[in-house]
Design a protein around this ligand. Structure first.
Ligand code: ARG
Length: 379
């Protein structure tokens, strides 16, 4: 949250917009905004301003390693949509467009916001595509443990899943603080990749799979002092997000001990390096499977090079890159990557993406708004 007035924030953003896009007419636009704020208490961004603001929010995402591509973000202005039917259908179109048969396109869709004076849209899901998690009797976990609370919430709305480890959660939507709706995501809209290893056929027995497109849908997009709490966006996956974290984390799918058993490695002795060995094999499998199906995914070595290129380009424009080292550096083979050996300032600029309390959860003690997070990568 900024201590600047709405007009000051608008003026900061619009000045940057006019300068970077080399347009005339800033002072006329600012006069218009001033009057609009005086009359309505707020102002509205033009479509062009919104598009540029969303790209800047990506460029400013301290935790994101994929920022080299910020200019190519496809921004869909859907602030005019009002009904649950229209919005859910449009969300599925976002998924389709972004998936593009596997050649993933970075895409962001903006829905109506109260800050602009519209009936606000909220999507309750963390990502548009996400697997449910269930706690069975005797404490047995099925699916993605990260989704346990949200799955329970969906069940409280009347949804129920099949109970497999990879049930897609429904889209949960609300318009203008009205009733909460859940809608199953049509399976044909969802591209997913079964995980196999070229030299270890037994890995297929784990029946692992992952969806192709990570669409973050729980963050607030802030541009020029206006918040857009519903602005789902996606890039493509980096290998370690799926292999190391989603499958490898002990608190997620936790497949390393099972793999170690298959490879007859002793899990009793940490120094057998069973975690390192299985993790490498799992990374090979995820990379191979995505490549074989023609689905965009970047390995951490290439991603590190791309991020260094982003830094170079930013510096050549006279801009200092802001980055959170602990998020930028991937969790596998860290010291072999150039990003590991760097340091950056970590100031949070606006436009940006911010955490917000999901409408289905009670507010937490530390306001999540204070933390900026990028979307396009997490390690
Ligand atoms: N780490 C998150 C996940 O595994 C996705 C975050 C966004 N990542 C991205 N490459 N755009 O689902």
């Amino acid at each position: 949250m900024s201590s600047l007035s709405l007009f000051e924030q608008a003026s900061d953003f619009l000045s940057q917009y006019y300068e970077e896009t080399e347009q005339e007419g800033l002072s006329i636009r600012l006069e218009g905004v001033k009057q609009e704020i005086a009359i309505r208490g707020t102002y509205r961004l033009s479509e062009e301003e919104l598009v540029f603001g969303a790209k800047l929010a990506w460029r400013n995402s301290n935790r994101c390693m994929g920022r080299l591509f910020w200019k190519s973000l496809k921004v869909r202005d859907r602030r005019n949509l009002r009904t649950v039917e229209e919005i859910s259908a449009d969300t599925f179109t976002h998924i389709d467009y972004a998936t593009n048969g596997g050649k993933i396109r970075s895409t962001l869709t903006v829905y109506a916001s109260a800050d602009e004076g519209d009936p606000e849209v909220r999507i309750f899901n963390k990502q548009l595509l996400r697997y449910a998690g269930y706690q069975k009797s005797q404490g047995e976990l099925v699916g993605d443990p990260d989704s346990l609370p949200f799955t329970r919430y969906c069940e409280s709305l009347g949804w129920s899943g099949k109970g497999t480890p990879f049930d897609l959660l429904p889209l949960v939507l609300q318009v203008d603080k009205g009733p909460v709706h859940w809608i199953d995501i049509p399976e044909e809209k969802v591209l997913s990749v079964p995980i196999v290893h070229p030299e270890h056929p037994w890995l297929a027995e784990a029946k692992l799979q992952w969806y192709a497109v990570p669409v973050i849908s729980d963050m607030r997009l802030e541009i020029g002092g206006l918040s857009f709490p519903c602005a789902p966006f996606n890039g493509w996956y980096m290998l370690t997000e799926i292999a190391a974290r989603n499958f490898g984390d002990a608190k997620r799918y936790n497949v390393l001990p099972w793999m170690a058993k298959k490879l007859k490695l002793s899990t009793r002795n940490a120094a057998s390096l069973w975690k390192d060995k299985t993790l490498l094999l799992l990374q090979e499998a995820v990379l191979f499977s995505f490549q074989q199906q023609g689905v965009t995914l970047v390995d951490h070595h290439t991603a590190s090079e791309q991020f260094m290129e982003f830094c170079k380009r930013e510096e050549s424009k006279g801009r200092e890159v802001q980055a959170a080292w602990d998020w930028i550096v991937p969790p596998s083979s860290a010291s072999t990557l150039e990003v590991f050996h760097q340091q950056w300032k970590n100031q949070v600029l606006s436009p940006n993406f911010f955490y917000q309390t999901p409408p289905w959860q009670r507010p937490q003690k530390t306001p999540p708004e204070l933390v900026s997070k990028c979307p396009f990568s997490s390690n």
